[in-house]
Ligand binder design. Structure first.
Ligand code: AMP
Length: 198
């Protein structure tokens, strides 16, 4: 049976990783969740040469190169033993969107069900990111949770957004969720949407 893939996009601080991980936890028997940022940070922590290359992009708030991110997400999807896979943090560029589209056309075992956009204003995103930076424990700080890098990350997110929204709207795949409400309300709505599609 083809794996049902949901992509979750959102600005830094939109809460997309928290939302998706709570949903996967609730349905651990059938839903797997992978965050591109978490997978990349895990590679950085491993201390590998690839990890060092990745960190040089993350610390600037820049996107890692296409081949690295494609390998990361395709290995996660294929390696998962669950029928439903949530990937948050992809696509983040028009190039990534097109690359995945070409892969999916040729892959019978991956079915892209929906692209969920968790929408928050820049103000809310910034407050959450700076709040996260202030609360981080020693040794758990992220190299990119600072005001300076926040604006670069926000721009990287916003620049291709209209084209990404248009592409998935044309294919009737885009679902927008208001990410400015409480975590519980957002998760319930996203979970209900996912359940309605699987
Ligand atoms: P996040 O945890 O989603 O905020 O991602 C943290 C950082 O990881 C981003 O600022 C990028 O440097 C990198 N990253 C995450 N997802 C992607 C992606 N789809 N493409 C390229 N780089 C990514």
């Amino acid at each position: 049976m083809a794996k049902k893939l949901f992509l979750i996009i959102g600005a830094p601080g939109s809460g997309k990783t928290t939302d998706a991980s709570l949903i996967a936890k609730k349905h651990a028997d059938k839903i797997a969740h992978y965050s591109t940022g978490d997978m990349l940070r895990a590679e950085v922590s491993s201390g590998s040469e690839l990890g060092q290359t990745i960190e040089s992009f993350i610390s600037r708030g820049a996107l890692v190169p296409l081949d690295i991110i494609i390998d990361t997400i395709i290995s996660a999807i294929k390696g998962s033993d669950k029928d439903v896979v949530l990937i948050d943090g992809y696509p983040r560029s028009v190039e990534q969107m097109t690359a995945l589209d070409e892969i999916i056309v040729n892959e019978e075992d991956i079915d892209l069900v929906s692209v969920i956009e968790v929408r928050v204003s820049e103000q809310v995103a910034k407050e959450r990111i700076l709040g996260r930076a202030a609360e981080a424990k020693d040794g758990e700080e992220r190299s990119d949770d600072s005001v300076e890098v926040f604006y670069d990350r926000m721009k990287v997110y916003t620049d291709p957004l209209a084209e990404i929204q248009a592409f998935y709207t044309d294919r009737a795949l885009l679902e927008v969720i208001n990410g400015e409400r409480t975590l519980e309300v957002i998760v319930d709505e996203m979970d209900a949407f996912i359940q309605s599609k699987i």
